[in-house]
Design a protein around this ligand. Structure first.
Ligand code: C2O
Ligand code: CU
Length: 466
């Protein structure tokens, strides 16, 4: 009785039959050396008191942790996670960025009904591509309560050389600051006046309350920051994940330049920059040769006041940088999508047609649209299995929209013709971007803005085939 549905049980049976009883699982957790670890993992979602370092909040979390535990696997392995729902509400787990089989996508109303309180759901899927991913609830504003965690898929043939790695998860913490994320959403939906805020803010926040959250690195406020300890001269890989609901971040490390090696888990031609902007749902991997000392790692919430903060320390005696430390790199050379190039092998076949998707805002300012449609009567794009289609995205609204597609990586089509493979792309006001998509994974896949509040206020569509 593993799964709530026959479909799931059958899948498990198949996995079991192939793998044999001893070899079944596959989820290793903890440090990067994920190899053996032949065991199933249970992920329990439940109300918990969580320390953010400088204060403790009462919230919802996986295994009592924010972020949730790092789930670690190797490319090609099967991951088996049993969700135990001990929340007072239905929930799911979505495996953001993973090209998995549709029934395991954790998309409520699309791939499964949300799992009811007191019930379990067994997620079993193969992770085909190495890279930096994350998982989160896909029900309402739940991720904004802390229901998210990193998912790292190691490359058994890792071509990148580095000495060690750290995962850096960014968040804008609202729950426990001024009401819950649900309260915030209710306020947004009941106050048409807030569109003035929207219009005057080209970036970021959607309400006054949400402009002053705590900004977190790995669940810690700037007042009690996490320290990444390494050694001078070491080449360190940082896997940066933006799990925030409503904030894009500008990231820099004091005294260092960063070489971007991966975008949304996929390798790109290395490009060295001082800073990069990471939208909600995006991931960047960077490698940095560390100097001797203690350095601020900062993530400034774009268009807002406030920053997330951590310390990178290679010398035990060095003075700890202040959370407000000046970081000139923030104003240095910034990564642009145009800088990112997929490796040639990652280029997709030429698209057979173009589908236009217009991202808009209804005049009330409370609804976000895709081709004029909102969630409930959402945009449904049909494509043919096996075809490559071009999505021409046009943002006609005054806000950024980090658009995310489930179950695929698309290729950004840039002037150079070799844009990066990604699954989330931050599209600026009035900007147009082209994505090429190979329809090779049948399902009814969510395609939506990863600003949680835009998603919940309409900006949710789907691409289906098969
Ligand atoms: Cu990370 Cu549909 O989401
Ligand atoms: Cu949006």
């Amino acid at each position: 009785s593993w799964g709530p549905g026959g479909r799931v049980s059958r899948r498990l049976f198949i996995v079991g039959a192939f793998a044999g009883a001893a070899a079944l699982p596959v989820v290793a957790t903890g440090p990067a050396s994920a190899s053996a670890g032949a065991r199933r993992r249970v992920l329990r979602a439940h109300p918990a008191s969580v320390s953010l370092g400088s204060r403790t909040v009462r919230t919802w979390a996986y295994d009592g942790l924010v972020p949730g535990p790092q789930i670690q696997a190797r490319a090609g392995e099967t991951v088996a996670v049993r969700l135990v729902n001990d929340l007072p509400a239905p929930t799911t787990v979505h495996w953001h960025g993973i090209r998995l089989a549709f029934p395991m996508d954790g998309a409520p109303g699309f791939s499964q009904p949300a799992t009811r309180p007191g019930h379990t759901f067994d997620y079993v899927f193969t992770v085909p591509d190495p890279g930096t991913y994350f998982y989160h609830s896909h029900v309402g504003t739940q991720p904004d309560r802390g229901l998210y965690g990193p998912l790292i898929v190691a490359d058994p043939h890792e071509p990148l050389r580095y000495d060690e790695e750290f995962t850096v998860v960014l968040d804008d913490w609202l729950d426990g600051v001024k009401g819950t994320p649900d309260d915030a959403l209710r306020r947004l939906n009941s106050s048409p006046g807030h569109d003035d805020t929207l219009r005057s803010t080209a970036l970021g926040g959607v309400s006054a309350e949400m402009r002053h959250p705590y900004y977190l690195v790995n669940g810690r406020t700037p007042g009690a920051p996490v320290t990444f300890r390494s050694g001078a001269g070491r080449l360190v890989r940082f896997r940066v994940i933006n799990a925030a609901a409503d904030s894009a971040f500008r990231v820099a490390i004091g005294g260092h330049r960063m070489t971007v090696t991966h975008a949304d888990g996929f390798p790109c031609r290395p490009v060295t920059v001082d800073t990069f902007i990471i939208g909600m749902g995006e991931r960047y991997d960077v490698v940095v040769r560390l100097d001797s000392g203690a350095f601020p790692l900062v993530a400034v919430a774009e268009g807002k006041r406030g920053r997330a903060f951590a310390v990178v320390r290679t010398s035990p005696g060095a003075r700890t940088p202040a959370k407000g430390a000046k970081v000139p790199q923030l104003n240095g050379r910034m990564l642009k999508y145009q800088d990112l190039e997929a490796r040639r092998v990652d280029n997709l076949p030429r698209p057979s047609r173009t589908i236009t998707v217009t991202l808009g805002m209804r005049p009330s300012g409370n609804e976000w649209t895709m081709n004029g449609k909102v969630a409930g009567d959402h945009l449904r794009l049909r494509v043919d299995e096996g075809e490559t289609v071009r999505l021409a995205l046009h943002n006609t609204s005054p806000m950024w929209h980090p658009m995310h597609l489930h179950g695929h990586t698309f290729q950004l089509r840039l002037a150079n013709g070799h844009g990066p493979r990604k699954d989330t792309v931050n599209i600026k006001p009035r900007e147009r971007l082209h994505l090429d998509l190979l329809a090779d994974n049948p399902g009814e896949w969510m395609f939506h803005c990863h600003n949680l509040y835009h998603q919940e206020q309409g900006m949710m569509g789907a691409i289906g085939y098969g």
